[in-house]
Ligand binder design. Sequence first.
Ligand SMILES: O=C(O)[C@H](O)[C@H](O)COP(=O)(O)O
Ligand SMILES: [Mg+2]
Length: 304
Amino acid sequence: MAQLPKHLSGDQTAINEFLDKFDVFLLDCDGVLWSGDHLFPGTVETLELLRSKGKQVVFVTNNSTKSRAEYQKKLTSMGIPSSVDEIFGSAYSSAIYIARILKLPPPKNKVFVLGESGIETELKSEGIEFIGGTDPAYRRDITPEDYKGIADGSLLDDNVGIVLAGLDFHVNYLKLSHAYHYLARGAKFLATNLDSTLPNNHAFFPGAGSISISLVNMTGQQPIALGKPSQAMMDSIEGKFQFDRKRTCMVGDRLDTDIRFGIEGKLGGTLAVLTGVSKKDEWEAEGAPVIPAYYVEKLSDLRG
Ligand SMILES: O=C(O)[C@H](O)[C@H](O)COP(=O)(O)O
Ligand SMILES: [Mg+2]
């Protein structure tokens, strides 16, 4: 029988022992700190407690709609002090992968983006050219001229070598048609992340994975996903902070991204919170594939 997670909520001794085991906390954002723009009560105080104990906090989010700078603004607006260096989003992870690991030879390294400004900002910061994304020229119905020009290639950019799919609040038939045809021409298929749903207002909405699934269905290809649980992201974070993985804990609300990310990254521990996507019965089920080491009802339970 697999080891079930230790429940920390309400057990001050267990909480103190837990906190003493780690120097670094990788904190997921959506579903842990907040739900959309609703900050969970006690979040600011919990982060203050961690920092007062000398803990390094890194914000690690799969939400690619914002850049690190835009996330810093959101954290500040929520009363959470942070530096851009403490923030790792899937848009940044994807831009690093494209620019420093995939390194397609220009000019065939242009990216067709399904996503928001967070991806565009991070690609720009790595000097990667892109089209699509938030360009208003794509926010319209497809026309007969589009069908013709996409089919014969005259409306496609020959330098696009990558399709990068993230959470796109303005996805439409025209954008999916362009993305599909770039993939059909051999472009690399990347995704910032594959989360099925996005927590917002204490409910769930289409996630990035529910955008890219259209292209998976059309092409039969699975994208390389650069957010959690990808270890490319973990390696980037470790590279920047040079932390001891055994003294590092991943805190998240999703078993299939956050907790898997921590386990596969061989971190010293993982803490699940029940304010987002995953529920207790998922890890209590017979043969559950992902089981956190610890869990609390909410992050602020760490304050005892
Ligand atoms: O669909 C998405 O992109 C994700 O649900 C979402 O943004 C996850 O963000 P995280 O919980 O990793 O902060
Ligand atoms: Mg989350």
